[in-house]
Ligand binder design. Sequence first.
Ligand code: SF4
Length: 362
Amino acid sequence: MDVAKLSSYPFLTQAAAHVAQMDSSIDDIITSKAYGMPRSRASSRVIQSILGAIEKDDTKPDVAELLSYPIARILVSCIDDAFLTRRYALAEAKFANTRMQKENDYGTLQEIGADFNINASISDKGFQIHFTDYIRGAAGMRALNWKLVNRRLKSGFVNITKEEYARLLQEGIRVRIFNSLPLAVPENFCHALEEYIVEIKTCLEHSKKELGEEGFGEMEPGSFPPCIKHLLASAQGGVNLAHSARFALTSFLLNIELSVEQIIQLFGVSPDFNEEMTRYQVEHIAGGTGTSYKPPSCSTMITYGNCMGKDVLCREIGHPLNYYRKKKQMVASETESIAVGEQSASSNEQSVPSKEPSSSNK
Ligand code: SF4
């Protein structure tokens, strides 16, 4: 592949080898003024991943675009935040998917597949891959049409469209990037990139706050039980939740009166997010077909491996909703007693006699 192609698929082994054999050292790329362009593009890659999606930047030369990828990985590693790492890996994978969808050269797509040990041959309708490669790629997909039983199998091979092939590769790219981070970055590199890191951290904190608190309106996410906090953080970080976990999270949020729209937004960063399908599932749990569902009890959560991070309050309750109610009450009464304490402190202040002698005592 030439540099233009490699800049579109910078996660490939071939792209890393190309960067490694360039004349410039990694120190130059991190510190020299000459590499300001790839550094700022790297920073925008990471910021865009936090905000939702990496956008194509046609204003940069191919080499700058190619170099921005390893620098972006260094930035993510310096920050070393699990939420950021998941968002970044997912956004890079989705960005690659959009380019693969537009790729007219099927040979390039075959080459990308080969880098992920997928041996694909070109067929009339797209590609043909061995069912073992198919299962490996589709393992994280929840939609029913990805199940092998819903596919036509011929002599051990599965026919898939170009779009499906790109989607399978997207998952492989996400896993590759996620598993390779954080890199062991020397302290002086992180120091040299400080200006970008500060900007990314500000954006990250803002985004976490928005997702974690402001998106909940009257809700009190600080009072959510540990299991729900864990599932929520995973969903917001782009983790593909198992069906039972999705159900537990969705039904909990619906029962504390989060709207269908707010919940769909939460799942929007999931790797196989499909708005139509998500809407159907959330509306179904909300009672769209006549039955509305309660979230599972603690014992069911334990059975499905969704009870995580149990704390002291968990010992007193048997249902995540009861945890939430009880914790809210505790927080409310704590706040009330602090307010009462402050009020009585201030009235005491007013009633403390002045040490100044009154005029009558003079
Ligand atoms: S005990 Fe219940 S509320 Fe606590 S973490 Fe487990 S499932 Fe959640």
